[in-house]
Design a protein around this ligand. Structure first.
Ligand code: B12
Length: 224
């Protein structure tokens, strides 16, 4: 079955659906089983994440927004997502070629959303970047200190809430106050951010999703 599944898009669709159903029914055990099925079937881990998991957590978010579900359900869905991601993310192939640049990435202060940041972080690693993942709820000063310590060329700041996106601007303002703005390229991303926001705060670029972020990081690594 496993060899066939890798090639058969119908079966892949079934796998994506079972992952999506697991998230939408807040079922970590089902998410674990579906992720393991996908791994056994040798479906590309990133495809499983992007086609099975990401749309499902988006639907959960929509329901939360419409108040069709409440925080406990949101948390259970996130837990199920994390269970599957923990199994799948290590399988996103790491590029062993010399690092293009070091990226210090984290979720800004006051914000604990990490799913998108983790996807971006793993995609960057898979695309040949050396990634220093600072985690979540990262202080403005920590972003800068860690970027300096690791000799990073790029700082990546994720923010998922309108109440926390201001911290992305704080990072840039802090660099300006240190007269070190030009030392680092700053890229921003996360749900409520936009290209206009990125321009407004003087960031070097905005990543709408993992794919656009890789293109952006490649550009920034070349100093463009
Ligand atoms: C899962 C989730 C949670 C989980 C997080 C679990 C975890 N470990 O991450 C839990 C349950 C903990 C949670 C908590 C809360 N949440 Co919440 N959560 C979500 C949810 C449903 C999904 C977020 C997500 O993971 N999306 C999937 C990822 C893949 O998308 P993404 O993060 O946008 O990332 C992509 C791009 O943006 C980009 N990207 C991301 N980061 C970066 C960084 C860089 C540098 C670049 C270039 C690109 C980039 O690439 C990624 C891959 O494609 C959203 C709703 C939604 N639809 O987004 C609400 C949402 C973000 N949460 C919200 C809220 C309000 C909260 C709480 C305050 C709820 C509460 N009352 O306590 C708390 C906040 C806690 C805190 N202090 O941070 C609101 C925010 C509203 C707003 N605009 O301000 C949302 C939008 C829900 C809603 N509609 O009301 N949440």
């Amino acid at each position: 079955m496993s060899a066939l599944l890798g090639r058969n898009s119908m079966d892949e669709k079934k796998l994506f659906k079972s992952l999506s159903d697991a998230i939408l029914s807040y079922d970590s055990a089902a998410a674990e089983k579906a992720a393991k099925d996908a791994i056994r079937a040798k479906v590309d881990a990133l495809k499983v994440i992007e086609k099975g998991l990401v749309p499902a957590i988006g639907k959960v978010g929509d329901k939360f927004e419409k108040m069709e579900i409440y925080l406990p359900e949101l948390m259970l869905a996130a837990e199920a997502m994390k269970t599957a991601m923990t199994l799948l993310l290590p399988l996103v192939p790491k590029d062993k070629i010399v690092s293009k640049a070091t990226v210090a990435i984290g979720t800004v202060q006051g914000d604990v959303h990490e799913i998108g940041k983790n996807i971006v972080s793993n995609m960057l690693m898979a695309n040949g970047f050396n990634v220093i993942d600072l985690g979540v709820d990262v202080k403005t000063t920590t972003f800068v200190e860690e970027a300096k310590r690791s000799n990073a060329k790029i700082i990546g700041a994720s923010a998922l809430m309108s109440s926390t996106i201001g911290s992305q601007k704080d990072i840039i303002d802090y660099l300006v106050s240190l007269k070190e703005r030009k030392k680092f390229a700053v890229m921003v991303g996360g749900g409520p951010t936009t290209g206009e926001w990125s321009d407004e705060i003087g960031a070097d670029g905005w990543g709408e999703d993992a794919a656009t972020t890789i293109k952006l990081a490649n550009k920034l690594a070349k100093g463009k």
